[in-house]
Design a protein around this ligand. Structure first.
Ligand SMILES: NC(=O)c1ccc[n+]([C@@H]2O[C@H](COP(=O)([O-])OP(=O)(O)OC[C@H]3O[C@@H](n4cnc5c(N)ncnc54)[C@H](O)[C@@H]3O)[C@@H](O)[C@H]2O)c1
Length: 345
């Protein structure tokens, strides 16, 4: 599999904690960091051995710490004993539908979990040099299409539980970075991320790929006119590494800053489905699928979102490298191999 080479020398020998390591982005980040020689520690709540981390054998190259994000004592101990230098905070309840059905559970993990972790960082009194907190484009809430792409200075006006939970975590992170505590924290608000290892089948791309490969049935959640911006996970990993390195070098400049990233090339869900069907040779299924989607309305989801990358390009020299069709092809190839080994996923 194609793998972008991270800045090797910087990460070599550094102790890095990833919360949510058993998730999609956490697994991809662990892959890059272990390849770069970092000592990676990962908070893991359940040993889902179907994840990217286990499927790619990365679990053998990292130290797993079993526990919940709400366990501040555990986090304090790990950060202190392992002399954690950098933290990527990715653990989150990410499913929008689960959040709608179980708001409290979502707030517990996404809001309480975030302040428990950041309290542990505060108690570590200066040992941690960089903390990257994953917020989301969802934290902005709904703005009219004419206001897209989102800009970092837009007020957060979320309404639905997942979106509110991410906005709360986002603001809590900024508060710990303020002049009161001066913790070296920055916040990311990225658009939809896709790629190998995304096993959240409530997301449109994995669900469509699984169906097109013959391992499930695609469940349309809307009429397909919703607009989203799809960022490839390897591009996200490259950006995370650049951000954390810069933050450790320039904490006074970057602490408390918020960064958007996307491709600035929004796609409708119908366009996404068309690409997946074309790449898997299932184009003939599309007309019936589109007919079935007509008049389906979603509630509790934002209609149109996309991002640009002007600020991250200026600050970190980052641009998205992967065109959607290329990233989708790599993702489909990964899923093909994955389902052959794990067909009941
Ligand atoms: N995937 C995207 O499109 C996207 C876009 C923007 C932002 N983000 C953010 O990036 C982060 C990672 O997303 P992902 O797609 O990898 O999600 P994921 O669901 O694949 O991974 C999240 C991980 O967090 C773990 N987790 C959940 N609750 C926990 C708890 N209480 N204690 C410990 N671990 C817990 C889960 O077990 C899972 O392994 C999230 O914060 C998400 O909001 C994701």
């Amino acid at each position: 599999m194609r793998m972008r080479v991270p800045p090797l020398r910087y990460w070599c020998g550094k102790s890095v904690l990833i919360t949510g390591i058993n998730g999609f982005i956490g697994g991809n980040l662990a892959e890059a960091l272990t390849a770069a020689g970092a000592n990676v520690f990962g908070l893991i709540r359940n040993r889902n051995s179907r994840s990217y981390l286990f499927h790619e054998g990365l679990d053998r190259r990292v130290t797993l710490v079993e526990g919940d994000l709400g366990d501040k004592e555990l986090l304090t101990r790990v950060i202190g004993e392992e002399q954690i230098h950098t933290i990527f905070h990715l653990a989150s309840q990410v499913e929008v539908g689960v959040a709608a059905a179980h708001p409290q559970l979502t707030f517990e993990t996404n809001v309480r979990g975030t302040y428990q972790l950041l309290e542990a960082v505060r108690l570590a009194s200066g040992g941690v040099r960089a903390v990257v907190v994953a917020s989301s484009d969802k934290a902005y809430g709904s703005y009219p299409r004419r206001k897209m792409p989102y800009r970092e200075d837009y007020p957060l006006i979320p309404r639905y539980p997942y979106d509110v939970s991410k906005a709360c975590a986002d603001m809590i992170a900024q508060s710990y970075a303020s002049e009161l505590y001066r913790l070296p924290i920055l916040v990311t608000r990225f658009s939809n991320i896709y790629g190998p290892g995304q096993l959240n089948f409530s997301a449109v791309l994995p669900d469509a790929i699984r169906a097109c490969l013959g391992y499930g049935k695609f469940v349309p959640r809307g009429d397909g006119t919703q607009i989203r911006d799809f960022l490839f996970v390897k591009d996200v990993v490259a950006l995370y590494l650049a951000m954390a390195e810069s933050l450790a070098h320039r904490p006074e400049k970057l602490r408390g800053k918020v960064f958007n990233a996307g491709t600035r090339q929004p796609l409708s869900i119908r366009e996404v489905l068309a690409v997946v069907h074309r790449l898997t040779g299932r184009e003939s299924d599309l007309p019936a699928l589109y007919r079935g989607m007509k008049k389906r309305k979603t509630t509790g989801e934002i209609d149109c979102q996309f991002m640009d990358y002007a600020t991250v390009r200026k600050e970190f020299g980052w641009t998205p490298k992967t065109r959607f069709a290329v990233g989708a092809e790599e993702t489909i190839a990964w899923f093909r191999a994955y389902f052959e080994r794990t067909p009941t996923a």
